[in-house]
Every structure is written in structure tokens, then in C-alpha cells.
Write a protein of this length. Structure first.
Length: 660
């Protein structure tokens, strides 16, 4: 632990550093992709601006614009097809350019330019689409926060796009005005707003642009075409009162197109700078990640070597100690406990000095004093466990012998009591007194079953051996006679079947325990039914005890099933006393041999049903009372089906049953 904690902290710090560099690489690559998308959007905007200007001039009456307009439309369509994979841009295109085909068709027919309002609406359509595309900024603020140069480059690109849009919008607006010869409506106000927007955007551009970028912008506005544009603008300003403008729309278009193209060249130059910066950041991030990975690998190797070197002095003695502890827990201690129990059962005492194994401390070498102390403590634990096992073995032996002794004493007294009651019954002539003697006989019979249960729990031989086979109905009646509330027991039809003599007493005792359990856990007004049948398919005899009481939960039913199938002494000492009847049933089933089993099922409508299955080897064949049928091993599914079918057959003939 002393070595592990700092090593884990060091590796965690290295892992966080590598993770941070990996995130930086991912952000840089994302930024590079976003910058590329932004540049493609500006290329589409440039072509839309050109189409807008040519369309507005055509609507103003300049027919010479039809040829360049057709070529521009093809370039716009090509750029739009390239934007379809980009979801954010495609949404804008679908929302703002879905009427593009209709606008183009109206412009070609000349129907959109019949009045000034229609021409303004067409100009507004293109301007709205361009503004929406310019508003698409795929580059997130978080991606550029760590690098000021990239952030300033993107800001300069946005401001230049706004200035270029103002110039292109002015070109398209005045193109239509010059072609028409005058301002109409709000066209002059729009003209002044566009010029103000351009001036403001250029001021913001100069604040974030580099010196070469500002010089390129100055050169774009210093050409002869730019000077002619200024003269045209001054002429347009003089026509604010609606006077006639005598300007050549074609020359205005050519001059403004040169300026727009020059601004687009500046924009591409800024875009190249931004792309180069994004590529450089991505490359640097990849190099940084590779360096961190190499450093992290070397650090991990160094730490692993140091940890292995530091822990070698601990792992070897600890491994030897672990092997010794494993040998003690898995082999030596269980084997010694078994010898203790056998010795206790055979001789009634145990000599620890002859049984406790040698200490594992002698096999440990090269360990520290603390490890040697642990080995000594392990030996003490083993020694204590062996003595405790010896005491428990003696306790179990004494408990078993006490139960057996008490059961034999009670059995002897009850047998004498039953003999005396039998003589009194033969001599008594008074019906009332004879009825009381019968009640006393019934109580003694129940006492005899309790004494037999003690002997069963103690693992003694059957107290009532008999060699005479018995009919199934007789066995059920004998079991009913040994329970307290025998009047509530309803014996349904029990199909003719005979059991071999050595199993009669155990089966009757087993059924009595199941019947009494059903009586105790069902309402006083509800009967407990007993069914019996022979299953020819599996060659088994089945007895079902059905009550309509409180039933059991699945967990309780699972635990009860485990007790019903247990035959060891541990369950007797560990199980609660109220479940001793389950243990008696389990011992009796185990005594009946292979193929005998008891299963629990839920009674339809509420309650619990117990199914006793006896294999064919315990039955006396009808055709040959001396032959023994071959052993049967019924499956669980067939047992359940047989239980249900047998109960159904017994209930169908229940009117012929005998109630005890």
C-alpha cells in the first residue's frame, strides 16, 4: 500500500496529461475541419452575391447581363451541391433558398421586375439568404480560445465577409437603380445603410487584422476601379431627391465586380492564413501527444521496475505464507477436523497433541519479522480451530446420544402405556369411558411418533420394523391416526398399491409429519386433503398432501426444500426448532433410498401442496408379491405432471373417499 498509492497517483497525473493532449489533438482537428467548412461557405456566398447583382441589373432592364448570369447560376448550383453533406449549412439552404428556382424563373420572364417593389423583394430574397449563410459560423468559441492568433484571424475573416457583403449588396442595389435611371421607394435609404455597414465592418477588420492583411485591403480600395466607384457613389448621393441618374449600369457593374473580386482575394488570403494556423496547431498538438505518450510509457516502465524491485522483498515470503495458509484452509485443517470427528465418534475423546500439524513458520524464509509473526498467528489460529472442532464434535455426539437416549426411553414408556390402554379398552364396557380411552390412545400414539422423531433425528434404526406389506390406504389411515386434528383430514381416493414391509413405518411417519404441518398452517375450518395414485409411466407411487392455508414465499419454499432433502447432522444444529418436522421428513426420505423425494408446490387458490414420490422398488407388484421391480429414477417434470394428473383423478372420485 505504501508503494501503490504514490505509484497510482503518479500514473494518474501522467494519464491526465496524456488525456489533455489527446483532447487538444481532437480540438485542433475539429477546428481545422470547421475552418475548412467556413471557407466553403464564403465561396458559396461570393457566387450568390454575384448572382444577386446580375439579377437585380437584369430586372432593371440591362439585358446584357443574361449571359454572365447563366454562368454564375451554374457556379451557385455547384457550390450548393457541395454543401449537402453539411447539416448546419443544408438547413439554412433549405430554409432560405428553397424558392431560388422560382425567383430565377420570374427574373427570366421579367415578371419580377414589373415594378420597384418586386425588384426590391427579389433583392431582399438574395440578401436574406446571404446574411443567413454569413451567420453560419461552424468554428466554436471554445476551439479558438486557446490561440489568440487563430481567434483574431477568424474575427478578421468575419468582418471582411460583412464588408464584402455590403459592397456586393451596394453593387446589386445600384445596378438596378442605374439601369432604371432613378431611386424609388426606400432604395436610397437602403443605399446609405449599406455604405454605413461597410464602413463599420472595415473599421472592425482593421482592429483585428495583421499588417499584411490591412495593406492588402488598402490596395484593394486604391485601384482606378475603386476611384470610379467613388465617383458613381457621389453621383448617386446627389440623386437623393429622386432626380434622374444618367450612369452606365454596365460600367458600374464592371468596376464594382473588380472591387468585389479584389475583396474576395483579400478574404482568401486571410482564409489561407487561418487555415495554415489551424494546420499548424493540429500538427503541434499531434507532436505534443506523441511526446507525452513516449514520456508516459517510459515513466510507466520506470515505475513498474521500481515497484517490482521494491516489492520483491515482500512478495516472496508473502507467497510462501499464502501457500501455507491455502494448504491449511483447503487440505490440512479439513482433513484434521474429519479425523477429530471420527476419533470422537469412535473413542469419545481427542488428543490434540497427536493431531495438530506442524507450524508453517518453518517453511518461511527471507521474510521480515512482521511476516514471521503472521505465520505464528496463523499457526495459533489453526490450533484453536482444531480444538474448537474437537469440542463441536463432542457436542454433536453428546447431543445425538441424548436425543437417542431420550427417544428410546420415551418409546419404551409409550409402548408400555399403549399396552395398558389396549387392555383397558378390551375390559371397558361403558361407551363414554371407552371414548375417553380412545382419546388417550390417540394421545399416546402421537407421543410414540414424537419419540420416533427423536430417534430419526439421532440417526437410529426404525423403532417399528415390520416385514408385512401394507396397502396405501392403510398407510394413509395410520398416518392420519397419529395427528392431533385428524377429524379435519379428508382422505380422497387412494389408488390400490402395496408397499414393502420395511418401508411401511417410515412412509406412515413421513405422511403424518406432512399432514400435521398442513393442519398447523391452514385455517381450522379448512380440511387437509390426502391423495394417492400409481403412475404407470414412471413406475412410481405418489402421495399428495394438499392444504389451503397461508402457503409459503418462494424464498421460504426454497429453504424448506433444502431441509426436506438434507440428511446431515449440521442441519439439525443450525435449523430453527420450529422446522424440526422438515428435518425428520428429510431423514426419512433419505432412509427410503434413491428415487424417493418430497417436493413442494403452490396449491391453486392458496396454500401449499407436498408431493411424496416413492420409486417402484418399494412397491409390491400385484402379479408377484415376492418379485422386486427394478429401481426407477423419475424426472422432475414427470413428477409434477403426475402430481397434477393424480390429484385430478383423485378429485374426480372423491365422492367415494373415506373421511377419518
Amino acid at each position: 500500500m505504501v508503494i501503490t498509492v504514490p505509484i497510482c497517483l503518479l500514473l494518474a497525473v501522467a494519464g491526465l496529461a496524456v488525456y489533455g493532449r489527446a483532447e487538444a489533438v481532437g480540438d485542433a482537428r475539429t477546428t481545422r475541419a470547421e475552418v475548412g467548412l467556413s471557407l466553403r461557405v464564403q465561396a458559396l456566398v461570393h457566387q450568390l452575391q454575384r448572382e444577386r447583382g446580375l439579377t437585380n441589373g437584369l430586372l432593371g432592364g440591362e439585358e446584357s447581363f443574361r449571359t454572365p448570369l447563366a454562368a454564375t447560376r451554374k457556379r451557385v448550383d455547384t457550390a450548393l451541391r457541395g454543401m449537402r453533406p453539411e447539416r448546419a449549412v443544408e438547413d439554412v439552404v433549405q430554409r432560405h433558398l428553397r424558392r431560388l428556382a422560382a425567383i430565377r424563373a420570374a427574373a427570366d420572364r421579367g415578371t419580377a421586375g414589373t415594378d420597384t417593389e418586386d425588384r426590391a423583394a427579389t433583392l431582399t430574397f438574395y440578401t436574406t439568404a446571404v446574411d443567413a449563410l454569413n451567420a453560419v459560423d461552424p468554428v466554436t468559441e471554445a476551439a479558438t480560445r486557446a490561440d489568440r492568433q487563430l481567434r483574431d484571424g477568424l474575427a478578421a475573416l468575419r468582418e471582411l465577409a460583412a464588408a464584402k457583403e455590403s459592397v456586393a449588396l451596394e453593387r446589386g442595389l445600384l445596378n438596378g437603380v442605374f439601369a432604371d435611371g432613378a431611386f424609388h421607394g426606400r432604395e436610397y435609404l437602403t443605399f446609405t445603410e449599406v455604405r454605413a455597414t461597410r464602413v463599420a465592418a472595415l473599421v472592425r477588420f482593421r482592429q483585428v487584422a495583421t499588417a499584411p492583411q490591412r495593406a492588402a485591403l488598402k490596395n484593394a480600395f486604391g485601384t482606378k476601379d475603386a476611384q470610379r466607384i467613388t465617383a458613381y457613389e457621389n453621383q448617386a448621393e446627389g440623386a437623393a431627391d429622386g432626380s434622374v441618374l444618367r450612369a452606365d449600369a454596365g460600367k458600374w457593374w464592371d468596376a464594382m465586380t473588380v472591387l468585389v473580386d479584389d475583396l474576395y482575394a483579400v478574404q482568401q488570403s486571410v482564409s489561407d492564413d487561418v487555415r495554415d494556423r489551424a494546420d499548424r496547431l493540429s500538427h503541434n498538438a499531434e507532436l505534443g501527444l506523441a511526446a507525452y505518450l513516449v514520456a508516459g510509457t517510459l515513466m510507466a516502465a520506470l515505475v513498474a521496475g521500481l515497484a517490482a524491485f521494491a516489492s520483491r522483498s515482500l512478495t516472496r515470503p508473502l507467497r510462501a505464507l499464502a501457500e501455507a495458509a491455502h494448504d491449511v484452509a483447503r487440505h490440512r485443517l479439513p482433513a484434521t477436523v474429519v479425523r477429530i470427528q471420527q476419533s470422537s465418534e469412535d473413542h469419545g475423546e481427542f488428543l490434540p497433541s497427536a493431531e495438530v500439524p506442524d507450524s508453517p513458520e518453518a517453511r518461511l524464509s527471507g521474510g521480515t519479522a512482521e511476516i514471521a509473526e503472521v505465520a505464528a498467528s496463523l499457526h495459533k489460529v489453526e490450533h484453536t480451530a482444531l480444538h474448537l472442532a474437537a469440542q463441536q464434535a463432542g457436542l454433536r455426539r453428546n447431543t445425538t446420544e441424548s436425543l437417542a437416549n431420550l427417544g428410546r426411553r420415551n418409546q419404551s414408556l409409550v409402548r408400555r402405556q399403549l399396552s395398558l390402554i389396549t387392555r383397558l379398552e378390551r375390559q371397558e364396557l361403558d361407551p363414554d369411558a371407552l371414548a375417553e380411552l380412545f382419546e388417550l390412545d390417540h394421545l399416546a400414539t402421537r407421543m410414540r411418533r414424537n419419540a420416533e422423531s427423536l430417534l430419526v433425528l439421532a440417526g437410529q434404526n426404525p423403532p417399528r420394523p415390520t416385514a408385512a406389506p401394507a396397502d396405501g390406504l392403510e398407510i394413509v389411515q395410520s398416518a392420519v391416526a397419529e395427528v392431533e386434528q385428524y377429524r379435519r383430514v379428508l382422505i380422497a381416493t387412494v389408488e390400490p398399491v402395496r408397499l414393502r414391509g420395511h418401508a411401511v413405518a417410515d412412509v406412515a411417519h413421513l405422511l403424518a409429519e406432512l399432514i400435521e404441518n398442513g393442519l398447523n398452517f391452514s385455517p381450522p375450518t379448512e380440511p387437509v386433503e390426502v391423495h394417492g395414485w400409481y403412475d404407470t409411466d414412471d413406475d412410481t407411487c405418489c402421495f399428495a398432501v394438499v392444504d389451503h392455508g397461508i402457503g409459503m414465499s418462494e424464498a421460504d419454499k426454497e429453504r424448506a426444500g433444502a431441509r426436506l432433502s438434507d440428511s446431515g447432522e449440521e442441519a439439525l444444529l443450525a435449523a430453527p426448532t420450529r422446522f424440526l418436522g422438515h428435518l425428520v421428513v428429510g431423514r426419512l426420505v433419505h432412509r427410503l433410498g434413491e428415487g424417493a423425494q418430497v417436493q413442494l408446490f403452490d396449491t391453486p387458490g392458496g396454500g401449499l401442496s407436498a408431493l411424496l414420490v416413492l420409486p417402484g422398488r418399494l412397491l409390491v407388484p400385484a402379479q408377484d408379491s415376492s418379485a422386486t421391480p427394478p429401481p426407477a429414477r423419475p424426472a422432475v417434470s414427470s413428477l409434477l405432471n403426475g402430481f397434477r394428473a393424480g390429484v385430478a383423478r383423485a378429485e374426480a372420485r372423491s365422492t367415494q373417499g373415506v373421511s377419518s
